[in-house]
Design a protein. Structure first.
Ligand code: NDP
Length: 475
């Protein structure tokens, strides 16, 4: 009898602990509930200035041959007024609106109407219906992974047009670059505003919504975790991958076509940028199922940060190197070109292998080999909103034993290679490495804050075992 009572008491204590854990997780696992002043100031800064930054970069190429200082000097010395610059900026055109509407509609059709067939004939490719990670509310979403197929169909049509049909010029994107910017902004703001309204009035999963009570924070960082229309139209998967990332390689191809049209040749720097960024984009679609387990899909809510960022920031600022090379065709010497290629490929190798090691480790629950050995790991646990306790593992072998985010280090090496491909004449192409360093360092800190809330003392054991973030021995 006493033993029975003791068991009951122990069970009650366990339940109580679980509820306490749940409260902590509910409050901190994922987006912040309470918005501090620094976050609010950063958000207001980005909401006000990020669209201006994009405009400034694109305008400086259009009007000042990609000089970032000349527009400022012109304004400061009174040589020009803001209105002079603005009046010379191309406006929204019916043609651009038509191209953009057709583009987005085409990507929606590819996403929604053609179930993946690539996984049926490409060995090793994971496509079709796949499951995402467990959300804080304990939901596991299903996704139709067909991005590779969308990318292939789009590019086959692009090349078919360029070589046979000639319905439109391959320079079409460059030729309408600023009018298309206005279209991308309209979509970016429309989708972010719609997501906010949807979060309040008809969320897909109310338990996964987060309301901080701060309008600007909610608008920027999102309320809904996985907003959907119907069963399959997932905002995060669609907007992050297409139309932004499918467009990335097309934009670069259009810039290469413009170089050919203007100078009668495509420089080796433009080829390097097209090839290295092409590998990165193709890698993204080949591993789209893996992408379901990354921070964007697993942890970020869908707001302006993802909605506007995917529509405007990504296609316009990730392609600055190609744009720059249209205005400044750089022909690199062989040693420089080979150096850039090596750095880009090494960065890609580290990025891919590190991500692959974690993916393999998590998929097999640690029953795999990393660098020929059984992986070492730290056992950890966490609790979802409904109080269910889950178990997980944090690997300390392979690249994950070198640093806690060595995948970011590889990504940064690749990013630096794109910039170095543009030579050393201007700073504009180097914006990308500066931005990526800020983005990924901030992401490290953000992710670690979340993991610490999620895993508690287990996370501390992990950081003791792997003390560095990006560069072993340094940071
Ligand atoms: P990660 O793929 O590194 O995912 C971080 C998550 O992995 C953590 O939240 C944790 O999730 C889990 N995790 C952390 N440490 C371990 C470990 N030791 N063992 C097992 N699991 C672990 O980060 P991202 O999603 O940010 O990035 C994915 C890739 O995308 C990166 O290579 C990055 O460079 C790239 N990227 C590129 C961007 C671009 O704009 N070009 C932007 C953002 C990312 P859990 O809660 O499941 O434990």
């Amino acid at each position: 009898m006493a033993a029975h009572q003791e068991k009951k008491l122990a069970e009650e204590r366990k339940h109580q602990n679980m509820q306490n854990d749940t409260k902590a997780s509910q409050g901190q696992w994922g987006r912040a509930w309470e918005v501090d002043w620094f976050s609010l100031a950063s958000i207001l800064f980005l909401l006000m200035f990020a669209p201006l930054i994009v405009y400034y970069f694109i305008m400086s190429c259009d009007q000042y041959q990609c000089s970032l200082t000349d527009p400022l000097l012109d304004l400061l010395t009174g040589n020009k007024h803001l209105s002079d610059i603005w009046n010379r900026t191309p406006t929204l055109t019916y043609r651009a609106a038509g191209i953009y509407a057709l583009w987005v509609t085409f990507q929606v059709v590819l996403y929604m109407s053609i179930p993946d067939f690539c996984h049926k004939f490409l060995p090793g490719y994971v496509g079709g219906v796949q499951e995402g990670a467990v959300t804080p509310a304990g939901v596991v979403n299903k996704y139709e992974i067909n991005g590779l197929q969308a990318w292939i169909i789009t590019h086959v049509l692009w090349f078919a047009n360029a070589s046979c049909f000639h319905f439109f010029s391959p320079t079409i994107i460059f030729d309408n670059w600023i009018p298309l910017l206005w279209c991308a902004n309209i979509l970016g703001y429309a989708v972010s505003t719609f997501a906010m309204i949807k979060g309040y009035f008809f969320p897909t999963n109310a338990k996964d919504c987060k309301f901080t009570g701060n309008f600007f924070y909610d608008y920027m960082m999102g309320i809904e975790f996985n907003p959907r229309i119907g069963k399959w139209f997932d905002f995060k998967l669609f907007f992050n991958g297409r139309p932004g990332i499918v467009a990335w390689t097309l934009i670069n191809l259009s810039f290469a076509a413009k170089q050919q049209e203007l100078y009668g040749e495509v420089t080796n720097s433009m080829i390097l940028v097209n090839v290295l960024q092409g590998i990165y984009v193709l890698d993204f679609f080949w591993n789209e199922a893996w992408y379901l387990k990354t921070i964007d899909i697993c942890h970020d809510h869908f707001g302006w940060y993802l909605g506007w960022g995917d529509c405007v920031w990504l296609p316009y600022l990730y392609t600055l190197q190609g744009l720059y090379l249209v205005y400044h065709p750089v022909q690199l010497c062989t040693a420089h070109a080979v150096g850039v290629l090596m750095l880009g490929l090494l960065g890609y190798f580290i990025f891919r292998m590190t991500n692959h090691q974690k993916d393999l480790f998590r998929r097999t629950n640690g029953n795999c080999r990393i660098w020929g050995k059984k992986p070492e790991y730290i056992e950890c646990s966490y609790v979802s909103v409904d109080g269910t306790k889950y178990y997980s593992k944090l690997m300390t072998s392979g690249f994950w034993g070198w640093a806690r985010h060595f995948n970011y280090t590889g990504d940064l090496m690749g990013s630096l290679a794109y910039c170095l491909a543009c030579g050393f004449e201007h700073i504009l192409p180097y914006f990308y490495i500066v931005y990526m360093t800020i983005l990924l360092t901030h992401r490290c800190i953000r992710d670690e804050h979340r993991c610490c809330s999620k895993y508690g003392k287990d996370w501390k054991r992990y950081t003791a075992a792997v003390p560095y973030r990006l560069l072993p021995g340094i940071f």
